[in-house]
Design a protein around this ligand. Structure first.
Ligand code: HEM
Length: 303
């Protein structure tokens, strides 16, 4: 298993060592100044597609391969027939089953809004493939774009009840921040409807839009109004439709999780008690003891 993850990471680093657009040399930090939102937008978009379609990682990886092998990674494989009189590379027989173009298009659309004419299609493709492969390997982690059923399954697989899931997410999200790409769709184009999320409080939608639109990668407090205290205020926000991520808010629309939100909103004491218990349980997950584990000299290095 460890080898598998290592091999994946190796591959990932190999395919995206650097970005190219306009530079004479490849540079990993190329977009840091002109488009700092780049990596976050790619990661969030890839994640949202991945939740609906597990074929995204292989699709993007093959796109990189087919593009790079013919004339280098120049995103020529993405051009469609509207680009000129010659038949596009994309219509060549070996390329007919390529897929994943829609992920790149969705990323590009957002980037053109935030930093127009800055990020090349090749760089988007390379980074999206990296993220898809890495996120695919980490698919057990919950995503804010998943629905309650999917999240319940992930927590149940780790031995947590619905209530434990609610208290863990609520406690965790009672502090810290979330970046706009993780929730932008909720105030603008929820699930492709061109409408805000109906579960999102309209006043809060205006606030989120104002916080994000001038700077696509802004960070907003997870728990509006009580950003720095680990407390049960988060649950009061959820009751008012002021949850930040779709996954937070959905718990209040689902009968399996709604009552726990009401319970923790009503009692700070119950929240603290259950949060502590659930955190203890989480810290005991899969712990290696005795000769099964090891003491590393440096935490970043396996041996
Ligand atoms: C349903 C499961 C969960 C989902 C889908 C989820 C998703 C997210 C997302 C998307 C962010 C924003 C990341 C960013 O923009 O940089 C975030 C932030 C955060 N999450 Fe969660 N999360 C979940 C459960 C948890 C749990 C169980 C905890 C801890 C007990 C937790 C603790 C946090 C904290 C503290 C932050 C803020 C980090 C910071 O400010 O740097 N989350 N979460």
């Amino acid at each position: 298993m460890a080898f598998k993850i290592f091999a994946t990471l190796f591959l990932v680093i190999a395919i995206t060592g650097h970005y190219h657009a306009r530079a004479s040399m490849l540079d990993r930090d190329f977009y840091n100044e002109d488009c700092p939102e780049f990596e976050m937008i790619v990661a969030a978009t890839v994640q949202s597609f991945l939740n609906r379609d597990h074929t995204v990682p292989p699709g993007l990886l093959r796109l990189v391969f087919h593009d790079a092998f013919v004339g280098g990674l120049d995103s020529s494989v993405m051009l469609n027939s509207s680009s000129g009189p010659d038949p596009p590379e994309r219509d060549a027989r070996p390329n007919l089953s390529l897929h994943g173009f829609e992920v790149i298009d969705a990323i590009k659309e957002q980037l053109e809004e935030v930093c127009p004419e800055t990020v090349s299609c090749s760089d988007i493709l390379a980074l999206a493939a990296r993220d898809a492969v890495a996120l695919g390997a980490l698919k057990d982690l919950p995503s804010p774009f998943e629905n309650t059923t999917a999240l319940l399954k992930k927590f149940r697989n780790r031995g947590f009840s619905a209530e434990e899931m609610v208290v863990l997410q609520g406690g965790g999200h009672s502090i810290g921040v979330g970046h706009c790409p993780f929730f932008r769709d909720r105030y603008s184009n929820f699930s492709g409807t061109a409408q805000p999320d109906p579960a999102l409080n309209p006043t809060h939608a205006i606030f989120l839009k104002a916080s994000c639109d001038p700077n696509g990668n802004a960070a907003v407090a997870n728990d509006h109004g009580s950003a720095h205290l680990l407390d049960n205020h988060y649950f009061l926000n959820i009751q008012k439709g002021k949850g930040l991520f779709n996954s937070d808010q959905e718990f209040y629309s689902d009968s399996r999780t709604r009552k726990s939100i009401d319970k923790y909103a009503a009692s700070s004491e119950k929240f603290y008690l259950d949060f502590i218990k659930a955190m203890e349980k989480m810290s005991e997950l899969g712990v290696l003891t005795g000769s099964h584990g090891s003491i590393r000299t440096h935490c970043a290095i396996a041996k």
